[in-house]
Ligand binder design. Structure first.
Ligand SMILES: [Zn+2]
Length: 148
């Protein structure tokens, strides 16, 4: 990571190096600093970068859909994942996240949002957080339904 790039996602900022980690997280969502020192984009739009390891937001997203695995489409070795976004969300947050990773080693190779109203684009922190909330809510609803 260079000085031009800073770690960005709130979850990584809150816990940059968990006790059991041998090295600090490398956030999957970075923002670029302009020559005048200002940031290129607003925090909610931090976009995915493949230079990452153990990003806390990515870990939370993967945990959320791993628990909800029957509704996620996996490739043969689970390196390819197609994750549903909230179907009731507005047009910015509907659609699917296509995510690739090698096993569970902490690196996400690609993360793209595919929806109806835009060309495919890099996953943002805001969409990742909205999807985590959606997946957790859906899992709670499924558990409540199963108990009836
Ligand atoms: Zn992060």
């Amino acid at each position: 990571m260079t000085d031009d790039c800073i770690t960005a996602c709130p979850r990584c900022e809150a816990d940059p190096q968990p006790q059991n980690f041998g090295s600090p997280r490398n956030c999957a969502f970075k923002r670029d600093r302009l020559a005048d020192g200002s940031m290129l984009i607003v925090p909610s739009d931090y976009s995915f970068t493949p230079d990452n390891w153990q990003c806390a937001t990515m870990t939370a997203l993967i945990d959320a859909y791993d628990r909800d695995r029957k509704k996620v489409i996996y490739g043969h070795d689970e390196s390819m994942n197609i994750i549903p976004c909230d179907p009731d969300a507005d047009s910015d947050y509907g659609g699917w996240i296509v995510l690739t990773r090698y096993k569970s080693r902490g690196k996400v190779s690609s993360a793209v949002h595919v929806g109806d109203f835009y060309p495919p684009r890099p996953l943002t922190v805001a969409l990742a957080e909205a999807t985590i909330t959606f997946l957790q809510r859906r899992q709670r609803e499924d558990e409540q339904h199963a108990r009836r």
